[in-house]
Design a protein around this ligand. Sequence first.
Ligand code: 13P
Ligand code: SF4
Length: 305
Amino acid sequence: MIKEDKEIVAKIKELKKKRNAIILVHNYQLPEVQDIADFRGDSLELSRIAAKTEAKVIIFCGVYFMAETASILSPDKLVIMPDVSAGCPMANMMNAQDLKKLKHEHPGAVAVGYVNTSAAVKAELDYCCTSTNAVAVVNALKNEKEIIFVPDKYLADYVSKKSGRKLITWHGFCPTHVKILPEDLKREKKFHPQAKVMVHPECLASVVAMADVVLSTSQMAKFAKEDPAKEFIIGTEAGLLYRLKQDNPDKEFYLASERAVCPNMKRTTQEKVLWALEELKEEVRVSDEIRKKARLAIDRMLAII
Ligand code: 13P
Ligand code: SF4
């Protein structure tokens, strides 16, 4: 680490203490940001930490819907994003009006939504879910006749196949994960025939069909540690490789596609984290009206798993 970087990290540590702040970092963030995390995890884990932390300030290094979720779960905390322009294009593919219309068209249906949605959309949901628990949430709704599942059509397809339920879906998708193609997996499997294939459920159905396991980002981290395999092909955003390599220096990880990079996840840097701690900006806060309704959907999810 060069001298300037060491100074930044030292200042971050000092200010963090002074502000009584915690730094939450998603698994896709830049290595330099992962290095300063108090906690690094997937959407579900970060939500759980946000709900129970004693810290006064949460510095959220991820994308906007994740910081909003933290604010919904911890309304008495100051939730700060070092770069507030880091959004999730999938979350932006559906707004509250779209969901209201879909619910109107299917009046008896229960509405389940991926955590990759705005707080305003969550306020219209009955249940929230993440990539970790989407199948479990749908399985828990066996008495419901109709289920709306939004916004990701590929996650919906995966959940529908796993649960055996027909779902009412939306046309959202992750522009990063759809860049991973079946031919990428074919090529990597040819080069590394012994490798296990792990993919994220946001991938194309044709990619999911070729995987050994379909997991959230932290589930992939756990699987890589526990599975006896020594080589893995990774079908998700490139940022996860840093953690996988760090945790398993004796194993090999091959990214299915170098194109699977989420530009929004790369907006946050150490400097921006330092400025965020200095200025306590930009705050992400969800209005009380939206928060109360959105919280119900998140709490119902947390009660299932
Ligand atoms: P995870 O919850 O698996 O970390 O996924 C979040 C995400 O945005 C995937 O693109
Ligand atoms: Fe959104 Fe995809 Fe980026 Fe995840 S990887 S934050 S789903 S755009």
